[in-house]
Design a protein around this ligand. Structure first.
Ligand code: NDP
Length: 408
């Protein structure tokens, strides 16, 4: 899980979604088969539980600090990301965008956002002429990411977009094209690329710390409390795609790629959706897939919204194993190497991932540095999600090109 505590997750679920164009038509009610980019509306929501607003408004640290407009004042924005801006060197909250006027007032006051930099969704396009805003941080339900990224580029701003990038590879391509047209940066907020345990794991695997990788296993699960698509976007196909894979399983998908350093050449998969459970009226309860890499390594990825919580990545090579458990949380990561010289590893505080991600994006905006997690990475991952659903639906192994497109 993205590290969100289980109580909150249990109530409101996890987030994400990719409606693959190929996704399981026939496995969901017709009314729920909504094409990406349509059918989903922006709407204000109540203040999430447990929000702690800053006692004193934070101030930018540097003259060249990048000003962000935060779009969508939900749980992740208010509980995780906005409080981390104080740790960033070169990023600050310059504006907020919300459908809830009460939140605009409370959050705006707490973060020192001027009254005329508190935007409703209807006024979003006025951002184009607001020079205090360099970049838009999209923290909306996933089904809304593509349209709002395109609007943000239309306003001439850079875009940091939450994971998963969008609901389909076509939407990802639309976002990338809009960014290119506007000559603006696009980054996907894959925070694990800035988190010390995962960064160290990538290094160790590239140095063959476990020898040649043979087997990889990832699992991301938790048990969602009672809910319905009407009350929770995370179980709505229009806003969350197939469900747990896009939201939580995407961490396992990402780990499989950055730990092996390879793209799979084939994928087989299975999904399960129980009947009569309102949580799974539109999304899957579990998704499992098996991947084969060109090196011969084999991966097994599983994710669920209806199993006791876990979040691990295991890599087994010819000389040992790397065990990460929990693997990609907000905090509390654990990692050990097994083999000839077994040891626990503690490469640093996972809490730095949020500010490092913001500063990385700010450096790209100000210094034109390359982005470690660009839109192309989000597109690649969305193609793999589409391949997983296609394999499950066809009951067949699908073969993939090196860019993740399905062959045939
Ligand atoms: P929430 O449901 O807590 O917040 C979403 C916010 O989006 C709402 O509060 C609301 O803000 C706005 N919104 C606009 N339209 C809608 C609508 N139709 N339905 C619901 N909300 C709407 O979600 P999260 O903050 O948890 O997730 C947002 C994004 O962040 C997702 O893409 C998710 O995948 C990602 N995420 C990333 C994590 C990570 O670790 N990187 C962890 C958790 C989420 P307002 O009231 O201000 O208009």
């Amino acid at each position: 899980m993205s590290g969100i505590n289980m109580t909150r997750r249990g109530l409101i679920g996890a987030g994400g979604g990719a409606v693959a164009a190929t996704l399981a038509a026939g496995m969901v009610p017709a009314a729920a088969r909504i094409q990406a980019g349509t059918g989903a509306r922006v709407a204000g929501q109540p203040m999430p539980d447990g929000v702690k607003l800053p006692a004193t408004p934070p101030r930018p640290k540097r003259q060249d600090s990048v000003g962000f407009a935060i779009v969508g004042l939900g749980g992740y924005a208010l509980n995780q990301m906005m409080p981390r801006f104080v740790d960033a060197e070169r990023a600050h909250v310059a504006a907020i965008v919300s459908g809830n006027p009460d939140k605009l007032a409370k959050v705006g006051d707490a973060y020192g956002v001027p009254g005329d930099a508190r935007y409703s969704y209807d006024r979003f396009d006025e951002i184009a002429s607001d020079d205090r805003i360099d970049a838009i941080y999209i923290v909306l339900p996933t089904g809304l990411h593509a349209d709002w990224a395109v609007r943000a580029f239309g306003a001439g701003k850079h875009v940091l977009c939450e994971k998963p990038m969008a609901l389909s590879s076509a939407d990802c391509e639309r976002m990338i094209a809009a960014g290119r047209r506007a000559n603006r940066k696009l980054m996907i907020a894959y925070r694990s690329h800035f988190e010390p345990f995962n960064v160290e794991a990538m290094k160790l695997m590239s140095q063959k710390a476990v020898g040649d990788i043979r087997l990889l296993r990832t699992e991301q699960s938790y048990r969602m409390g009672p809910t319905t698509p009407r009350e929770n976007w995370r179980v709505s196909r229009a806003l969350a795609g197939g469900g747990p894979l896009e939201d939580y399983g995407i961490y396992g998908l990402q780990s499989a790629l950055y730990l092996t350093g390879e793209m799979p050449e084939s994928i087989s998969a299975t999904t399960f959706r129980p009947t009569g459970d309102p949580r799974f009226a539109e999304i899957f309860a579990h998704v499992g897939s098996q991947w084969r890499f060109p090196s011969g390594a084999v991966a097994h990825l599983a994710t669920s919204y209806d199993s006791a919580g876990t979040n691990f990545a295991h890599v087994r090579g010819t000389r040992g194993a790397l065990i990460m458990d929990p693997a990609t949380s907000y905090s509390g990561q654990k990692m050990r190497l097994e083999g000839r010289e077994p040891r626990e590893l503690n490469p640093g505080d996972p809490g730095v991932q949020f500010a490092r991600q913001l500063d990385h994006f700010a450096d790209a905006v100000r210094d034109n540095k390359p982005i470690r997690t660009p839109g192309e990475m989000g597109l690649r991952d969305t193609r793999l999600i589409e391949a997983i659903y296609a394999a499950a639906e066809r009951g067949q192994t699908v073969r993939l090109a090196p860019d993740g497109r399905m062959r045939g």
